[in-house]
Design a protein around this ligand. Structure first.
Ligand SMILES: NC(=O)c1ccc[n+]([C@@H]2O[C@H](COP(=O)([O-])OP(=O)(O)OC[C@H]3O[C@@H](n4cnc5c(N)ncnc54)[C@H](O)[C@@H]3O)[C@@H](O)[C@H]2O)c1
Length: 374
């Protein structure tokens, strides 16, 4: 299914008219009362049924409440206004409402089965208020079930419309800006080296990385609105890239870092990425991408070039330098032996399979030992 990417919140009323919306299911997170676009949304002449009863990194039980409300309210259109968590909750609700299997569609074993649904039956508009996940342009949703992170994948949950309004980033707290931007940069880099990359996805990856490198300082340290617009675009390209190529080892290794040390998603991924990249450049013989080690060397060189460097080592150092300049610390452990074991056992096998160089348990252990207490 193709998606329309629209610039400017002023286009929202026209979109709702176009899809014939009368009863809007409006998913919002706790930032909604403070958003500069709130009044524009409130002013839209449709019945609004609001749902905000969920947390960042949403839980299945929370999503179920939303499914119930969506069914009861007989809403005809979904609008999600928020970060990746709000957009992902909306996707899960849409899938469960449309799938014959109901709530069971978003938990194991059905979650990985791409159930047939007619996505167009409930038009879905996403307005991201962070610039990081690119969730507004992916067919994935992340949700926790019984303590484990589930990735719900279905072509029918890709929002029909993504509306980009970068001025909304003005209220995003500094630390969230840093975490989400690092998520976007990591998605750009990982999708570029993923074994599933295509010519199209690599073009999106490149745009992500180039735009972030050109604008990150002004966005983070000067609150520059032109830079914010470029970073929001970059994050969207990152979403489009992972929608084709998926993420890899740094994402696979990050999930337990988030749940164990409370590091937000983008921060947790970013502490893993330089270590994984360094390991891969030192072990090019282990390449498992069918396109071979020459191809992977070329990809690494292209990523470095997009970051402004001739050598891969310099690009890795720059990634670390960015983390340092933004004050992004590494997780600390008081019980390093037990923690390393737990982390190593947690690595997500699905994401790991997308990595161009094999990473087994021993390697993951060694990598974590460089990340924790670094
Ligand atoms: N579906 C996908 O393709 C995909 C891709 C990457 C990550 N994710 C998931 O997305 C989630 C993370 O999303 P996120 O990083 O956007 O954060 P988030 O949605 O969890 O939001 C983080 C916090 O920022 C606040 N916030 C959001 N926008 C704000 C604004 N403009 N002003 C003030 N506060 C604001 C929220 O209220 C919340 O408290 C994770 O669950 C992650 O796994 C999904």
């Amino acid at each position: 299914m193709s998606q329309k990417i629209i610039n400017g919140i002023d286009k929202l009323p026209g979109i709702l008219q176009e899809v014939g919306c009368q009863r809007l299911f409006l998913l919002i997170d706790s930032s909604y009362p403070f958003l500069n676009i709130k009044n524009a949304i409130e002013a839209m002449p449709v019945v609004k049924v609001k749902f905000s009863d969920f947390t960042p990194n949403p839980l299945y039980e929370q999503v179920c409440k939303g499914i119930e409300l969506m069914k009861e309210s007989k809403s005809d259109t979904i609008l999600a206004v928020g970060g990746g968590s709000a957009i992902d909750v909306a996707k899960c609700i849409k899938l469960a409402v449309l799938a014959e299997e109901g709530d069971a569609a978003i938990i194991p074993p059905l979650v990985s089965q791409r159930l047939p649904i007619e996505g167009g039956k409930i038009p879905f508009v996403a307005v991201p208020t962070t610039a990081g996940t690119g969730s507004e342009s992916t067919h994935n949703a992340v949700m926790y079930y019984e303590g484990a992170k589930q990735t719900v994948t279905n072509d029918g949950i890709l929002p029909e419309y993504a509306v980009l309004e970068p001025s909304v980033l003005k209220t995003l707290p500094d630390y969230q800006k840093r975490c989400t931007m690092l998520d976007a940069l990591s998605q750009g880099i990982e999708s570029w080296w993923s074994i599933h990359s295509t010519e199209e996805s690599r073009e999106y990856s490149k745009r992500t990385v180039v735009l972030i490198m050109a604008n990150w300082r002004k966005y983070i340290f000067e609150n520059d609105s032109a830079a914010a617009a470029q970073i929001m675009m970059a994050a969207n390209y990152g979403g489009r890239a992972i929608n084709i190529a998926e993420t890899t080892a740094p994402h696979a290794m990050s999930y337990k870092i988030t749940s164990k040390y409370g590091l937000p998603h983008g921060h947790a991924v970013a502490v893993c990425l330089p270590e994984v990249w360094q390991y891969m450049t030192d072990n090019m013989k282990e390449v498992k991408d069918k396109r071979g080690s020459r191809y992977l060397e070329m990809v690494f060189a292209e990523i470095a070039h997009a970051m402004g460097f001739d050598k891969v080592g310099e690009a890795i150092a720059q990634f670390r330098q960015m983390m340092h300049e933004m004050g992004m610390l590494y997780p600390k452990s008081d019980n390093i032996v037990a923690d390393l074991k737990e982390l190593t056992e947690s690595v997500n096998p699905v994401r790991l399979k997308n990595n161009p160089i094999s990473i087994d348990e021993d390697i993951a252990y060694a990598l974590y030992s460089r990340i924790i207490n670094a």
